[in-house]
Design a protein around this ligand. Structure first.
Ligand code: COA
Length: 276
């Protein structure tokens, strides 16, 4: 879609403005356009753009369906055109794909307008969350012996656990999350994580102890010189807070994880910021 570059620019500008308003520094560049393109391929009917009077893209939303799970991946408005009802209209378009869904998830930013919009979706429960970033003090992390590299033989388990915890499978997202530089890590029968050069992209486990070990393995493998990031964890994820602190990361409040019909916010699960 020719709009991908415009949408990626809007997302980057909207997030940069929000972070400035919150007194936060710039976030490291992410794979914004890649994720938008991935969702266009997997969920071609769940992407909507808004255009301004001149016909230029000024906002977009992207939702996804993973069987009976609906998730909102993106909702971003050009900073110069915010607070004029465009976000509400685009959320309405994204919600059209939620018919019949038994579970819903949104990883919200800390923008009060986003929280206001999502809190009005029937059944949504908001779980306040924290985020952690910074250089990893690897000397404080002992790679857990039980965690091993995953392979094709683990994929059934990965899908089963993901569905159990968040209400829908990974589907095509797993290949996308692994990409060229991601590693699948498995704690046999107890959990998995997809780790990138900056830390966990998604993590799921049957219990807190296995989840903590998987998170340690993700952080111990962070590429030297990279700023590590645990995108989001809730009050139910004290194990993640303890690992983040032990790793020397800076922990701050961030937007809530909103969910209905999903145990992701209370189970041993760390969502991807867009693909949940
Ligand atoms: C969050 C965002 C998508 C909302 O879109 P928007 O077009 O700016 O917002 P809308 O005009 O549709 O307003 C949304 C709600 O916030 C309210 N609102 C508008 N301006 C507001 C303000 N300055 N403070 C508080 N609430 C405000 C509106 O009244 C509306 O609620 P209501 O319909 O119940 O009355 C947009 O502001 C944005 O891109 N923010 C930065 C990026 C971001 O955080 N995206 C969310 C990703 S999860």
């Amino acid at each position: 879609m020719a709009d991908v570059a415009s949408c990626a620019a809007i997302e980057d500008a909207a997030l940069a403005r929000l972070r400035r308003q919150m007194g936060l520094g710039a976030s490291p560049p992410g794979p914004t356009a890649d994720t938008i393109g991935h969702l266009l391929r997997t969920d071609p009917t769940c992407s909507t753009v808004a255009t301004d009077a001149a016909g230029a893209v000024c906002g977009f939303s992207q939702a996804a369906r993973r069987d009976s799970l609906w998730l909102l991946a993106h909702l971003f408005i050009d900073p110069d055109l915010q607070s004029r009802g465009v976000g509400r209209a685009l959320l309405g378009a994204a919600l059209a794909a939620s018919d019949g869904a038994e579970a819903r998830m949104i990883c919200a930013t800390a923008d009060p307008r986003a929280i206001r919009l999502y809190a009005q979706i029937a059944g949504m429960v908001a779980h306040p969350s924290l985020t952690a970033t910074g250089p990893v003090r690897t000397e404080h992390l002992v790679p857990p012996p039980a965690v091993r590299p995953g392979d094709g033989g683990d994929l059934r388990f990965v899908e089963h656990l993901t569905t159990q915890l968040r209400g829908g499978p990974c589907g095509a997202d797993l290949t996308y999350l692994r990409g060229d530089d991601g590693r699948l890590l498995v704690y046999p029968e107890r959990g998995y994580a997809v780790a990138g050069p900056a830390g966990p992209r998604r993590l799921a486990a049957t219990d807190d102890e296995a989840a903590a070990d998987l998170l340690v393995a993700c952080l111990a493998g962070v590429t030297p010189g990279e700023t590590a990031r645990i995108p989001r964890f809730t009050g139910a994820h004290q194990w993640a807070l303890h690992v983040a602190v032990a790793a020397g990361l800076e922990v701050r409040p961030w937007g809530p994880l909103l969910a209905s019909g999903s145990s992701a916010a209370t189970g041993a699960y760390l969502p991807h910021p867009a693909l949940c």
